[in-house]
Unconditional design. Sequence first.
Length: 277
Amino acid sequence: MNIFHAIVLGLIQGLTEFIPISSTAHLTLYAYFTGLINPQKPEEWTTFMAVIQMGTLVSVLWYFRQDIYAIITTFMTENIGSSRKKFSEQNHSARLGWYIIVGTVPIVTIGLLAKDIIRGSLTKDPIVIASALIILALILFVVEKKSTFSKSIHSIDLKDSIFVGLIQCLALIPGSSRSGTTITAGLLRGFTRESAARFSFLLSIPAIAGSGIFELKDVIGNFTSENALLLLVSTIVSGISGYWAIAFLLKFLKTHSMILFIVYRIILGLFIVACVN
């Protein structure tokens, strides 16, 4: 890998992490066609992807800094000490903190149990990626037609967070997309597109942080000045482009459907199949 690849990969990570077209799919496909993945050590690529996600973690933390501050401070105030309140009496921000925690449990559990599969060669298979791209696109198309788009993020409840959290586990399949699965789940629960995306982004914070920290141990053990620089460049670029992607998608979904991303996913999936056959 060289500096050019590092910049391109950072752009891909940032632009596709939050837009529902799968960052893992695009990163892996770029690496597949440029020969960056070592077939003997596919876990190294998994580690690289997890670490540069830290850039997009910074972007989502910065974009939602006011929301996150309100969630943390209110959650602490209403759950600890003399000001502790019953769950039913807590305000929206405090309850949202609980919903994010509950929604994160499934993907953490499945991620740890299936870590060897996730780090293996199966998740780098172009056909697996293409299949996930197309299948989720078709599901998202049906959901777009069936959703009521009637609920805002202020209407979220425990059932919603559990459902979205369970569906988020599908994001462990490359090509499915973390934002794609969670936004689809939100739409299935009747949320507006923007509210589904907003909760999706907030729910992504623990998952992105957890996977990045979990993989950091492997990077630290194999640090050289060269790969440290390349990782740093990719991470910075992904953070900048990720912030733009969040702003773009939230604005886009106020007035547009998901059809653009559905069509793109299907075209990309078919293109991959045609290229590898």
